[in-house]
Design a protein around this ligand. Structure first.
Ligand SMILES: NC(=O)c1ccc[n+]([C@@H]2O[C@H](COP(=O)([O-])OP(=O)(O)OC[C@H]3O[C@@H](n4cnc5c(N)ncnc54)[C@H](O)[C@@H]3O)[C@@H](O)[C@H]2O)c1
Length: 280
């Protein structure tokens, strides 16, 4: 029998590791991967919430395990990879570097150095650790994928979000570089850049003052569901797409930044001030 077999979709029956899988987008990725027949190691700094995700997967007939891992610590991400070798039915072929926190509400110069370090440690070093530990394994396997959860903040330069914007710009640059380095190896890289997604990021982070109120209001009105974001991203990974911008506003910001960079920067400041003034 002759014929061309379609390549296996990366997200189908994957052996996956998801960081920050105890809430929001990470939980949605874990559930969606399991629904596609995958086995998932759900890791989070909060073991209890990762365990809840595992229970949800098991109730739906899927296969999953929980593990505590603080992604800001290289040794813990190395231990996570060892745990994946021990628990998953086969070699890890999908890694979702999702764990992240929000910091916002203060301008550069007022936001504390402690907040800078905290955000960089989790949002940027966490993704660096994930790529550093898992890339050699995937390269050796010769197939699979890495999803890095970046944000529209990677390129939107929204005021009062300095530390967050810096970490997400770094996560995007890392994804682009990794994608170039892995070209032709069979391993895909996808960077997720959403705007607002309905999750617990505001409650879990260090977003202060009017920015927190505005985020709550916008998220409840305009936020996309985490489930939809996870589904779109896994489909994009299967297509081999590097960038995923699930929402229209993300795609508009991406284009405006490239076409009219100077006008864009001024407008971003004015829109931000207008948004917070509407709260009073
Ligand atoms: N919600 C949005 O609007 C939005 C938009 C763009 C990007 N993102 C990104 O999505 C990712 C997931 O965030 P979310 O919105 O689901 O928020 P969330 O707060 O609901 O979930 C984040 C999860 O990460 C975990 N976590 C925090 N610090 C950790 C650490 N050091 N090690 C391991 N796990 C840790 C938390 O315990 C939590 O379970 C983040 O990278 C965030 O920056 C979110």
């Amino acid at each position: 029998m002759f014929g061309i077999r379609a390549p296996k979709k990366t997200s189908t029956a994957a052996n996956a590791v998801v960081t920050g899988a105890g809430s929001g987008i990470g939980r949605a990725f874990a559930l969606e991967i399991a629904q596609r027949g995958g086995a998932v190691l759900c890791s989070d700094i909060n073991l209890e919430s990762a365990t809840e995700t595992v229970q949800l997967i098991e109730q739906a007939g899927g296969q999953a395990w929980a593990c505590r891992c603080d992604v800001s610590q290289l040794a813990e991400v190395e231990a996570l990879a060892a745990k994946a070798d021990e628990l998953l039915p086969a070699s890890v072929d999908l890694v979702v570097n999702n764990a992240g926190v929000g910091v916002g509400g203060q301008p550069i110069g007022e936001v504390s150095i402690d907040d800078w370090k905290w955000t960089l440690g989790i949002n940027l070093w966490g993704v660096i650790h994930g790529c550093h530990v898992f890339t050699p394994r995937l390269r050796k396997l010769g197939r699979g994928g890495i999803i890095n959860v970046a944000s529209t903040a990677s390129f939107s330069a929204a005021p009062l979000m300095g530390p967050y914007n810096v970490t997400k710009a770094g996560a995007l640059a890392l994804s682009e570089t990794l994608s170039a380095e892995l070209a032709g190896t069979g391993v895909s890289v996808t960077a997720l850049c959403p705007t607002l997604v309905k999750t617990n990021i505001n409650a879990n982070g260090r977003i202060v003052g009017d920015s927190s109120k505005l985020l709550d209001r916008l998220m409840s009105r305009l936020g996309m569901s985490a489930q939809r974001v996870a589904r779109d991203t896994l489909n994009a990974l299967d297509r081999g797409d590097l960038y995923v911008m699930p929402q229209f506003d993300a795609r508009m910001i991406w284009r405006a930044k490239r076409l009219i960079p100077r006008t864009y920067a001024g407008a971003a400041g004015l829109i931000s001030r207008f948004g917070t003034s509407r709260l009073h």
